[in-house]
Ligand binder design. Structure first.
Ligand code: TNX
Length: 639
């Protein structure tokens, strides 16, 4: 080890922390004309910095020390402050560090020790001990009766379709039986798994009966058949005999609690290859989710091929050494890149559709647009804008201008391609986190405001979003957006709001007449840590979300059943933001088993939901996660 950096919390108050940084030169060479780079996701107050100067762009920081030479065996020390909440986790510390000499001509990697936190160390909390349930169904069906006996599926078992709507579900069932249980159904044999049409059942609803006569599945919708197969895949039990499975006798009538059950995946902060995206979509099908919200663009990356603007992916899909975007969130001395071609996107959409899942694309505007702005500066940058602002993620140059013709040309072309590519009736337009101070010193924006009599940036944002809404309408799509989409009161009530800050905000939007999807960060954000032990990966700005908190999420508790407002709440969505999610194992760890808890909030009616009952089912269910090689967070380490 030649270089090492230690980060220590020196003092900690509610909204103010001071840190010390020590860089050790353990090599036998002096460092000359050097700088220290590191990655941290908090904003460092520039004036608080000692013994040098700091420049920060997002999570990327570059320190110019006040000494030119760092002698061999010597160390450099500096201090800085932040004015956000205390740090409680190791993932809050430096994510990487690098020394650059002579303007980057020479680089030295630096070992980063875990941050020395000020808060007291807390052990992992353990879940109560429970017996594993043999009938480990998650989400719990809304009506289920069991009988004694088991039906054997043998090498002669055959699937029979009496409904064309069941075709995709039946194919999915076969694929999953083979991949999870190495079980093959035989095309010649008896009709042991029968799919029957039942037009009296609503969308998503299904009946599943297992008896001495075999497995009988009824539904009136393609999605209902998929949900039935998901249940069947959890019911089957392996036997001693090869290629033989048994299924306990049951009678299930099941129907979803909410019609929208979604999960959002951020593929902009870190790029997830197509296989990883599909793997998640497949898991979503197992838990009866029916929407996949694909967060495709953000400050740190543009991930969707747009034929009209190849620059968006040529430039905007790469960050790090030698590219237009600084490294962020993970490694410094590397290029992080990736995007989905339109062909790959079509492939993902049909993969999802085969599993009863609609893919909703998100193009996040007007904030969170740094990658687009850096890719198309001539089109998108307002050269005369002198406004000073800083976004939540510490950028001062990430917002589109509602007063530039280029912005509208960009929107027209991007939305057209997106609308053509995605069969989903909805397109998500983002609209979150436009920072204060934006557009105030832009003569063009001020002129536009004067022309329309607008008084605030919110109205200007609404102006742009109304344009997006109308464009999408012409393309046959309904606009959906984060809760800030209704700021400025410009979009119509046809827009669907995804509320993420609180349920109060959701109810407020529903009261105004918007349809709403609930995605409260305090319960559904899977990038939040799962416990209080400092080794837990994740962030905690909204909350720490242990499994029990996720399970106990009960929406609309204050809204009486008779309140018409309930009709405006279409459903629930969980989200995985991926600042800290760099690889498959981390993704699995953050998602599982919390996704199974939230699946139940989406699907199962309140009276059927009970924490200890869920825990017993979860315990019985872990073997199935193991079979799928899911690297979930172990719920129990004590038994
Ligand atoms: C808030 S939720 C965001 C994201 C971040 C996330 C991190 C929302 C609409 N915006 O940009 O990635 O927090 O938890």
């Amino acid at each position: 080890m030649s270089y090492r950096v230690d980060l220590t919390v020196l003092s900690e108050q509610k909204q103010y922390c001071r840190f010390g940084v020590t860089l050790h030169n353990l090599s036998d060479q002096d460092l000359l004309d050097w700088k220290l780079q590191f990655i941290i996701d908090r904003y460092i107050l520039p004036d608080s910095f000692t013994n040098g100067a700091i420049k920060q762009v997002g999570s990327f920081c570059c320190v110019t020390p006040d000494i030119d030479v760092l002698a061999a065996n010597a160390h450099y020390y500096c201090e800085f402050s932040i004015n956000t909440a205390p740090l409680r986790y190791h993932t809050d510390g430096f994510k990487d560090a690098l020394i650059v000499e002579q303007n980057g001509a020479i680089k030295h990697s630096v070992v980063v020790t875990p941050i020395a936190l000020a808060s007291p160390y807390r052990e992992r909390t353990e879940l109560p001990v429970v017996e594993a349930d043999r009938l480990a169904l998650i989400p719990k069906p809304n009506q289920i009766t069991t009988q004694n006996g088991r039906y054997l599926l043998s090498p002669n078992s055959q699937i029979t379709l009496q409904s064309t709507r069941a075709e995709k579900a039946a194919t999915w069932l076969q694929v999953e039986l083979e991949s999870i249980y190495q079980f093959k159904t035989n095309p010649i044999g008896h009709s042991e798994i029968l799919f029957r049409n039942n037009p009296t059942l609503d969308e998503g609803e299904y009946n599943l009966t297992v008896s001495a006569q075999g497995v009988r599945i009824e539904s009136g919708s393609a999605s209902g058949f998929v949900h039935a197969c998901a249940t069947l895949l959890q019911l089957v039990e392996v036997t001693e005999q090869a290629n033989t499975l048994q299924v306990p006798y049951v009678e299930i009538s099941d129907t979803p609690r909410f019609r929208y059950r979604g999960m959002m995946l951020d593929c902009a902060r870190h790029f997830h290859p197509v296989e990883r995206v599909k793997r998640l979509i497949n898991h979503l099908a197992h838990y009866k989710f029916n929407h996949f919200h694909w967060h495709l663009t953000d400050d740190e990356g543009w991930r969707i091929e747009i034929k009209a603007f190849p620059e968006l992916t040529d430039i905007g899909a790469k960050r790090g050494v030698g590219t237009a975007l600084e490294p962020q969130f993970s490694t410094l001395d590397d290029v992080h890149q990736g995007f989905y071609s339109q062909q790959e996107i079509r492939d993902v959409i049909s993969y999802a559709e085969e599993r009863g899942i609609t893919v909703i694309p998100e193009i996040d505007i007007p904030g969170h647009c740094r990658a687009a702005l850096k890719s198309l500066p001539e089109l998108l940058q307002d050269q005369d804008d002198q406004s000073h602002y800083r976004s939540i993620q510490h950028y001062n140059d990430n917002v589109l201008s509602p007063a530039l013709a280029g912005t509208y040309e960009f929107l027209d072309k991007v939305l057209k391609e997106v609308a053509e590519l995605f069969p989903s009736p909805w397109v998500h337009i983002g609209a979150d986190e436009v920072p204060d101070g934006v557009w105030v010193n832009s003569p063009k924006c001020q002129a536009l405001m004067a022309e329309h009599g607008y008084h605030s940036a919110k109205e200007l944002q609404g102006h742009l979003l109304r344009y997006a809404e109308k464009s999408l309408q012409k393309l046959g799509k309904r606009m959906v957006g984060w809760e800030e989409a209704q700021h400025g009161n410009k979009v119509s009530k046809d827009t669907i709001i995804y509320s993420w800050l609180s349920e109060e905000a959701a109810l407020n939007c529903a009261n105004q007449g918007f349809d709403v999807i609930l995605q409260p960060a305090q319960f559904t954000y899977l990038d939040m840590t799962q416990d209080y032990s400092p080794d837990e990966p994740g962030v905690d700005w909204a909350s720490t979300i242990p499994l029990e908190t996720a399970y106990r999420y009960e929406p609309l508790i204050e809204v009486p059943d008779s309140d018409p407002l309930r009709k405006r709440i279409l459903g629930i969505q969980c989200a995985l933001w991926c600042e800290i999610v760099t690889h498959q194992q981390r993704m699995d760890y953050m998602i599982f088993p919390r996704l199974t808890a939230l699946a139940e909030a989406c699907w199962t009616n309140k009276p059927q939901r009970e924490w200890f009952d869920y825990l017993s089912r979860l315990k019985g269910h872990l073997a199935l996660l193991d079979r799928q090689n899911i690297k979930y967070r172990q719920p129990w380490t004590n038994q």
